[in-house]
Design a protein around this ligand. Sequence first.
Ligand code: SF4
Length: 678
Amino acid sequence: MPVDTHCPYCALQCGLRLSGGVVGPRDFPTNRGGLCQKGWTAAALLDSPGRLTRPLVRAGGELRPASWDEALGVVAARIGDVQARHGRDAVGVFGGGGLTNEKAYLLGKFARVALGTSTIDYNGRFCMSSAAAAGTRAFGLDRGLPFPVSDLDDAGAVLLAGANPAETMPPFTQHLSGAELVVVDPRRTPTAEAATLHLAPVPGTDLALALGILHAVVADGHLDKEYVAERTTGFDEAWRVAAAWWPERAERVTGVAAADQRRAAALLAEAGGAYVLTARGTEQHASGTDTVSAWINLALALGLPGRAGSGFGCLTGQGNGQGGREHGQKADQLPGYRRIDDPAARAHVAGVWGVDPASLPGPGPSAVELLDSLGAATRALLVFGSNPVVSAPRSAHVARRLAALDLLVVADVVYSETARLADVVLPVTQWAEEDGTLTNLEGRILLRRKALDPPPGVRTDLGVLAGLAGLLGQPAGRFPSDAATVFDELRAASAGGPADYSGVTYGRLAAGEALHWPVRHTAHAGTPRLFLDSFAHPDGLAKFVAVDHRGPDEPPDAEFPLRVTTGRVLAHYQSGAQTRLVAELVAAVPEAFVEVHPDTAARAGLADGDLARVDSRRGSVVARVRAVGSLPLDVLFLPFHFPGAGRANLVTNPALDPVSRMPEFKVCAGRLSTVEAE
Ligand code: SF4
């Protein structure tokens, strides 16, 4: 029986049909029948030999098969022991942006109620946090795209800042085919190749580039004065900074010609419907929040956000990157996108959970800080749907911290690099084996229906959490394991919040209704376009934020003269834990590589195909040279999907954005050598 469902990978959540274990395309508004290589091969995950099918418990230094009763009993007993000796916050939880809304919700509730810990965060901190923080301060609310993807079909121009959808989400590019494209990326990616205008800033200087283009908008007469006066505040303060960034000055910092900055301003202003979209390339910086604010300032000056036919948004990465940050697995949030330090939100959610609001912990450490505390303040960690050994910055340090724990528990589909370090490994269901909802990059809630039974011995994450909660003394029924029941509870917990799902039901989703949050009651059609009448600040206005360029945390120097940046390839997804199990994807890109200009490679004694070493102050990566003539001479590019010595995050910089706590994945100082060199 064919089942209409969605791809297990990225936030475009392409519609697909699963029939007899084979994936086929399906018409859905985000992909219109298109699928990328990852989607086409997604069924290979279902019967992969790399799949976990039995709980494992470490004994005598080895992980050995165990029953579920034994594995959960060990986890519960050792959690109790750690909390008795070190306090409730000594047990931490680390979630993931690929978890369904139901899992993200129950994980947050499990941490706050069953464990009573404030120590919970998730890998979305590495993904969307800068864009979310900047969107919230500008508009009063963050939703990746505050409009349906299909609105882009009519765009006259689109500026993509740090986005490479031609490789990361190929079916998305069909929505851009009618627009003049301005692509901001240090690399000449396939997306940049297709652009009307490619702006290639020095890595870590995007903010200066946005200021230069904003200056050109104002100086060349493109400022939408009426919109700025009627719908925004703070322009004068933002302009006081941008006034000093005439394009010639921005050119000296960014390397982008002043004439190209002016052309970008004109293309956006004269397009008759323009959009500014950001993604990780411009967001994953120690100044990521301010950088996104600079792009939002540009969009506001042009009068784009909150109007039909134009806008600002960011392209969410992980499959449930949007929903994953709305329902409580984030250190500072409760379900419904509510702040955990808001007394009214605490009272509402505690009421739904049947607990005393005073018993709910407050905000905890962010992801990098949490991982840094392992073995010290945090003595035990439960990881659900994440692989920080590969995906976290300074990953050798993270692996050492994980090894210093009294207890590491990993619930995952596959035997990830993090699972290999665990004391207890819990095998859980994956996309086609369970019911659940996800929220895609445009804030549309999707139902992913169970299409086939999981292998024997595998449980749902919800069942694992419910079982553990019972062993930890929670009353029967407080932690349901059925997805529909959990979703109904999520609806109640989110009611009245910014991300209000109270009007969403499995029945409405199964009937194909396009429900974009907020959906405030069951007769409400949802909100495909936000901000058309007013923004979400109390005064209804959008806010310019005065931000200035401050450059990368770790600029190149004599010892480490090159700029190392990281990113993705078409064939792999995130830490690669899933896609590295799919033969076709491995054949496409089998191993780590480093893109480098051929002249830079030659100076290091290297040529295309050689094994090279990339060093930073934190470690070394070994990867095969790909000589790319279009790359700037001082830039190295590493994809971050690979384990072992090819782990890009062995070299990345954990310096954090002060607002979002996003690490600076996208630029650090490095050097290139042969593998033999000392
Ligand atoms: Fe679509 Fe993303 Fe899946 Fe590719 S990985 S098929 S773009 S949802």
